[in-house]
Design a protein around this ligand. Sequence first.
Ligand SMILES: Cc1cc2nc3c(=O)[nH]c(=O)nc-3n(C[C@H](O)[C@H](O)[C@H](O)COP(=O)(O)O)c2cc1C
Length: 455
Amino acid sequence: MKRQLHLNLFIHSRGHHEAAWRHPAASPLPLTDIRYYTDLAQRAEAALFDSIFFADQLALGGDVAQAPRTWLEPITALAAIAMATSRIGLIATASTTYTEPFNLARQFASIDHISNGRAAWNIVTSWLASAAENYGGAGQVSHADRYARGEEFMAVVKALWDSWGADAVVDNRATGLYARPERIRSIDHRGEFYTVAGPLNLPRCPQGRPVLVQAGSSDTGRRFAARHADAVFTAHMAKETAQEFYADLKRLAGAEGRRPEQVLILPGLSPMIAASEAEAQRLTREVNDLSDPEVGRKRLSGRFGGHDFSYLPLDRPLSPEDFPDPDTVEAARSRTEVILNLVKRDKPTLRQLLGYLAGARGHFVTAGTPEQIADLIEDWFTGGAADGFNIMPPLLPAQLDVFSAEVIPILQRRGLFRTEYSGTMLREHYGLPWPASVFDDPAFNGELKGAAAGI
Ligand SMILES: Cc1cc2nc3c(=O)[nH]c(=O)nc-3n(C[C@H](O)[C@H](O)[C@H](O)COP(=O)(O)O)c2cc1C
């Protein structure tokens, strides 16, 4: 069979355009209504998407007056969506900086059980400076320290998920044996940041462990992804930078001893689709006209760690000197580079830059016919830029429906996308191997240590 595309639906607000929430075509439901999210997940499942995804921030944004900055806590929302769907993968964002590994290992293992093997975790280290103020107020943890902590966090959660053999639970009412203690082990982790005895208080997940997704694109972020991620989200404003990222990450994965095809790379794509290109562009203008440049200015400041852009006029061409050096930014470093590359290449005015970022915050934004969008997807997919896409409809659910009804059938006719699900678990949709279990390792002597002996 031809190499197959992977499609993830990134659910955000009433669409990814920052003014989508005001548009008449956007959903009438409140953003705290779970039916809005279950309905979107069901639509995506009917269209055979691999997965849906929720991002997350751990603080209320400063622009709540003009933009919806509230959403349901993603892991909780996934539990509800799991009950309303049966095949689609479920990805929630959670931070390694502001929780304990035992908490997250347990929550994602629970979602994997609840969904019968469809859970995935988007691992973030949390770039938002204001999040630190909600967790102890000791100031933002530096970029390097966040990743150092994240590395140890991953060692702990992986060991916890691997602390049960797949055959540990016997549940034999007649003999009175519930679980085989020799198939459960403590982890006895003592590191720089975490001390965790283990084992996890939950049997092994249906997928062995949840699928791991990552979205850091800085050098440190790329190495982290190459070591841990099954799928990688990334933001690009041009095919060339996506190709550079793709080649680099596959190379890094190989250097970590992994098979490059087992790390899927999914750039963001926000397409406004209509029967003619002119109509798609008109729709884009219509949504752009609803957005406020001052909201965009505040968001830009957040991206650059709170840098003050208030003195910049809206209509003079920008130069790189108008921005702080990305190396000094402790927030989302890779996105600041994406923005600076655009400034160097196109010399937009601040108004133009904010207009572009309003579309999908630095991801690839385009407007066209279904055929044009399918061509673009095929071109990136066969041209070494993507294994699939993180689809970010500018308006929800309207533009998801157009994508599903008009673009997906073209991709199917070209043999690039599934016409039915062949498995039930996300690992199967993504074509990923099952993680090895320490209990299947011939060197493992089954010895029970520490806290596990007392269970
Ligand atoms: C598609 C996508 C989604 C992301 N979602 C989140 C998110 O929900 N929460 C968050 O804190 N960071 C999110 N990020 C940011 C990255 O995970 C990462 O923390 C950030 O880019 C900083 O790391 P870097 O400097 O290595 O790029 C996302 C990035 C991308 C490309």
